[in-house]
Design a protein around this ligand. Structure first.
Ligand code: GRF
Length: 202
């Protein structure tokens, strides 16, 4: 079984899509072994509790130093024998030490059609505000591997979402989020298949 750790900061609807995908059998051959939140108030933690997924908070309050946060995150991932790290609304930039340790085994979901509307400053509502300001007729969601850049690693899957007349950042975000919940479980299946040889029948 592929052991998945999910890093979160917020409401956790993408975490919920992973939980649901495993529970309803869409995602086979993987288990959710931990949730790590950078925010002690994140509703993601309630979702983890409800589904009996071990969770922990690694935030600026209990780990003020960035390197300490990275060290604590790395040891939590290793402690849980993590095979795959999923960033699902995780609002911290990963240090290179962590990316090195899990190169090719960290994926992220971003609420636009990368390489458009991504990179530094393009997160949450800012993405959808920029899409609307640009006047493009479609946006979308992307799941990609994480490398040292911001939203720059190889793309695993992406899906277009129409921008509709009268859209606000909120209405567009909600439509994109629905697509995120569809493509994230699909991306996980693709990654499981690609890692199957490595994981074997453990
Ligand atoms: C999603 O839009 C995701 O693309 C972005 O942050 C948001 C997280 O939402 N990275 P949730 O916490 O999964 O509901």
């Amino acid at each position: 079984m592929l052991r998945i750790s999910v890093l979160v900061s917020g409401g956790g609807t993408n975490l919920q899509a992973i939980i649901d995908g495993i529970e309803n059998g869409f995602i086979q051959g993987a288990e959710l072994v931990q949730v790590i939140s950078s925010n002690p108030e994140a509703y993601s933690l309630e979702r983890a509790k409800k589904h009996k997924v071990p969770y922990m908070v690694i935030d600026k309050t209990n780990y003020p130093d960035k390197m300490e946060r990275t060290k604590a995150t790395l040891s939590a991932l290793e402690e849980a024998q993590t095979d795959l790290v999923i960033l699902a609304g995780y609002m911290c930039i990963l240090e290179s030490g962590l990316i090195e340790a899990y190169r090719g085994r960290i994926i992220n979901i971003h609420p636009s059609l990368i390489p458009q509307f991504c990179g530094a400053g393009f997160y949450g509502k800012h993405v959808h505000e920029a899409v609307l300001a640009a006047g493009v007729l479609e946006s979308g969601a992307t799941v990609h591997y994480v490398d040292e850049g911001v939203d720059t690693g190889p793309i695993i899957i992406q899906e277009k979402v129409p921008v509709l007349e009268g859209d606000t950042p909120e209405t567009l975000a909600a439509r994109v989020l629905e697509t995120e919940h569809k493509i994230l479980p699909k991306a996980i299946k693709i990654v499981i298949a690609s890692m199957a040889a490595e994981i074997g029948d453990r």
